[in-house]
Design a protein around this ligand. Structure first.
Ligand SMILES: Nc1nc2c(c(=O)[nH]1)N[C@H]1C(S)=C(S)[C@@H](COP(=O)(O)O)O[C@H]1N2
Ligand SMILES: [Mo]
Length: 370
């Protein structure tokens, strides 16, 4: 989604994030004398993603050849283009030979597993869209990949959960930590993944093992995980302690990929296209307005064969281009529970604290035929 902002907008946004101003927009996060680097779940990535601000645009639209057999409908983000967000503690270089995953706490039989042992367990392959809770409307902190891993419920069955289990606390090699409810851990789509788009999990994305839980924003999906502890109480993780949502459910959101803001259009019709994502609920429909929200036109959804709810949905709308002038195009997604986006979002400052945004993305198109 790196093309969602022009390079200048994106650099501006990164600069604001770096200066702590994005965090300032998040109110309670603006703690005493904090540099800002650790005050927002997208604090560090703003800077690191900006290096790819231009070229990711074209690549995101192309199929990753490594991701076999999934047809033309689900577009994958290449690993090297996949957004990266971290707490600023660096990306641990984990030594595969000595690394172990510990599963302990409220279990009968604590486990300590090597990567080879994990790979010997039955595996699950799933397409899953990731999004940062700090992703501003139309922002680049979203990506879709094919993941291979083991189901969390299988490891919990192997370890034998004791009665009274409430949450899992997950800890990572960079010091990051968070928690999820046991019911989520038992979900059939709750995975510990070791492959991403046909490759071993890249270092930036959590080698050797990361969490892939359904329906939650990225702040609930630790990378470089080392220990999972079953607890009978409630635990607040790194971002949660700073006031970010403890549920972090992905909110319904959509974005316009084409046209780009202020694109000049000279054709009789134009294919407006974009993406929509609604976590567990799944996208039901997307509508596009070209007249400031007065009238709405249903877009065509392009679906893949994978479980739709957890994967972003591409959409298209053939716009009969009106007379010369400036037009505001707005996209509005509706989920399968009839939740709908409302209000226009601020692309630069997002307003994502404390639980993400579902505001609508608006883009200015300039129609000029002569
Ligand atoms: N260990 C660890 N895991 C982490 C984080 C982190 O800083 N450290 N950041 C989280 C956040 S805020 C997001 S949005 C996702 C991003 O995952 P990605 O970089 O693979 O896209 O990782 C999550 N997992
Ligand atoms: Mo995030």
């Amino acid at each position: 989604m790196k093309q969602r902002m022009t390079r200048r907008e994106w650099l501006k946004w990164s600069a604001l994030a770096g200066a702590g101003l994005v965090a300032a927009a998040c109110g309670p996060l603006n703690g005493e004398g904090d540099s800002g680097a650790n005050t927002n779940p997208s604090g560090q990535s703003g800077a690191s993603s900006s290096t790819g601000a231009n070229d990711a645009a074209d690549q995101r639209g192309s199929e990753n050849p490594e991701t076999i057999g999934l047809g033309n409908s689900v577009k994958y983000t290449r690993n090297e283009d996949f957004y990266v967000v971290d707490i600023g503690a660096g990306h641990p270089a984990v030594d595969e030979a000595s690394w172990r995953l510990t599963l302990d706490g409220g279990v009968e039989k604590p486990l300590k597993l090597s990567l080879a042992e994990l790979k010997q367990l039955p595996s699950v392959t799933q397409t899953r869209t990731f999004e940062c809770i700090s992703n501003p409307v139309g922002g680049p902190l979203i990506g879709n990949a094919l993941w291979v891993g083991v189901q969390m419920k299988q490891l919990l069955a192997m370890a034998g959960m004791k009665p009274g289990a409430k949450e899992l606390v997950v800890r990572a090699a960079d010091g990051f930590h968070t928690s999820i409810p046991i019911e989520l851990a038992m979900h059939e789509h709750a995975l510990l993944a070791y492959m991403m788009n046909g490759e071993p999990l890249p270092r930036a994305h959590g080698f050797p093992l990361r969490c892939v839980w359904p329906g939650r924003y990225g702040m609930k999906q630790p990378r470089w995980i080392t220990r999972i502890e079953v607890i009978d109480s409630n635990y607040r993780g790194f971002w949660e302690q700073q006031g970010w949502s403890n549920d972090a459910f992905i909110k319904i959101n959509s974005q316009i990929l084409a046209p780009k803001s202020r694109e000049v259009i000279a054709t009789p019709t134009y294919t407006v296209r974009g993406l929509a994502h609604a976590g567990l609920a799944g996208v039901k429909k997307v509508a596009v307005s070209a007249d400031d929200g007065k009238t709405w036109n249903e877009a065509t959804l392009i679906r893949g064969p994978e479980p739709k709810p957890l994967v972003w949905t591409e959409w298209r709308y053939e716009w009969p281009v009106p007379a010369d002038g400036r037009y505001t195009l707005i996209a509005r997604a509706t989920d399968n529970n009839d939740g709908q986006q409302e209000g226009i979002g601020d692309t630069l400052l997002g307003g994502t604290f404390p639980d993400g945004t579902s505001r609508m993305h608006a883009v200015t198109a300039i129609v000029k035929r002569a």
